[in-house]
Design a protein around this ligand. Sequence first.
Ligand code: BGC
Length: 417
Amino acid sequence: MAIITFPRGFLWGVSTSSYQNEGGNRGSAFWDWEARRGWERSAEAARSWELFDEDLRLLRELNLTACRFSVEWARVQPAPDRFDEEALARYAAWARRLAEHGIRPLVTLHHFSEPAWLLRLHPGGWLEAGVPERFLRFAERVAAALGGAVADWVVFNEPMVFLLFAYGLGHFPPGRRLLWRPQRTFQPVLLRGLIRAHNDCYRLIHRLQPGARVGAAHHVSQLEPARPGDEAAVARWDRFMHRDFLDGTKDCLDFLGLNYYTRVFVSSSRLPGLPAAALPGFAEVEKGLTRPLFRLLGGRRGGGPPGGTGWEIVPEGLGAVALKYWEEYRKPVWITENGVADEAGADREAFLRGHLASLARAAAQGADLRGYLHWTLVDNYEWGTYRHRFGLCDRARRPKPGASFYAETARRGWFEG
Ligand code: BGC
């Protein structure tokens, strides 16, 4: 039995997102998208717009000291020429109340969901020059309204996942499928555009709030070659999926947020249209291609236990990515998301133990780690379905198995491993 410890001042929390939690976000482009795509409707989601007091109570019962939530763009700017001051005030009040209870608020400005009006005015989305400009005006209003209570900002949640889903695979609005020409559009226009928007937003927030800390929540996986000889494909995929965004924003990152869920085996591929000439073995890619075709093309999936989403559970990957990104970028690291769709709640404690132990090892090896934010507080809308339940608590706000272990670890700052 060993005692697993964490750095002094390490914060424990959860991550959530407005569209997945609040409910009733009719102004978002996702609202009609759900209907058009035949998705299960988000409807009331987790009702967090109404149930903030309940959520605050849970955060306190779980002894948490940090909470990341996002601001719904369409809620605070319901029309291009109109901001909703009440909505802004409600978000500001949430942040204040969290802080009053010793819970550090981290606020995300862009967690996938954008106003429907934005895409009506700019059907090309981030392919059009007007969108970054509008995003900055939105960010400016939010920073001005919440700045008194919020010092930690995440500009984009998972910029690469957003681009891949919204502009690469057509899975999110505006539903473009441009992956077949990554060198022509994807990288020079979309990725460059998001990098520029992040950097502009960083400077804007620092101008309004000199003491602010501005970062990103970047989706990272532990990468491994599918077979000997695939090392170059790993490096290419790593550059495309992880490095390009970070290298473009590194002078405008006060901290590095990492969203880690799984390990991915990468194979080299000559298939035209695959970015970085690589086939990444995500569960979704295997499903999209069908297993026989995926295998035929050289795809490989890991053999570890799959969570409810089919993502292989690899606890040591969390510490590995935390250490790697700290060593390479020398920015304080937050784990801004990590979690498992554990429908029955039976595996969450083991999941937490494994991942937190590997994180503690990374800290012991020198990584500057500031906090761990579990995805997520209550079961929420998982972009098309309620089947995948990532919550420490269910939607009735009842803690599930694993929540008490997390609460105890957060209270003591250590656990027996
Ligand atoms: C996203 C969340 C999502 C979670 C689990 C992350 O990629 O930021 O919105 O719910 O993973 O799929």
